[in-house]
Unconditional design. Structure first.
Length: 71
């Protein structure tokens, strides 16, 4: 039974986006392992509070990620 864990920063992705992640990650695994694996594939999204995730030695906030998403 596969378990896919995704870590994201809190307040970055909407419920709809997280549902899309779950669907597409499941589809990707099924493409590799076969349709019989769909019903036993688990996807877990873990949200890390803002400021408790760092990149390049600095804490990251949701607003920083939103700025990156905008380009």
């Amino acid at each position: 039974m596969p378990l896919i864990t995704v870590n994201v920063i809190e307040n970055v992705f909407s419920k709809e986006q997280k549902a899309q992640m779950i669907e597409k990650l499941t589809d990707a695994l099924v493409e590799i392992e076969g349709e019989n694996m769909r019903q036993v594939t688990w996807v877990k999204i873990e949200e890390v509070p803002e400021g408790q995730w760092g990149i390049g030695g600095a804490p990251v906030s949701a607003s920083m990620i939103h700025d990156i998403q905008k380009g």
